[in-house]
Ligand binder design. Structure first.
Ligand code: ZN
Length: 102
């Protein structure tokens, strides 16, 4: 039995793995823990796990919504009531001369 390791294939796999980890690191740069955490998680676990753990899950800084109490909100406009911090909806902001009567 003569079996030789396919060094080329392994090399490519490692290269893709490292490249994927690097990309996840960049994607996680503005996330909690930053580049290094995302990169290391990807490298140790897998790039796929890195994406889920750093980019997909765990919001960096949910601003919440003070109009409806949606604490998970991360976008400028609340996903539940559609208002931003000043109480404007995106539709209101598009038309520049709208006065809010409340
Ligand atoms: Zn809201």
């Amino acid at each position: 039995m003569e079996s030789t390791f396919d060094i080329g294939g392994i090399g490519v796999a490692i290269f893709i793995w490292a490249l994927g980890s690097l990309l996840v690191g960049f994607a996680g740069m503005n996330r909690k823990g930053g580049f290094l955490r995302a990169f290391l998680i990807s490298l140790i676990l897998s790039p796929l796990a890195g994406i889920f753990l750093t980019v997909g899950g765990g919001q960096k800084n949910p601003i919440g919504c003070r109009h409806c109490g949606n604490a998970e909100n991360e976008a400028e406009y609340c996903g539940v009531c559609g208002k931003n911090e000043e109480g404007f909806t995106s539709a209101m902001k598009q038309s520049s001369h709208v006065k809010i009567a409340e």
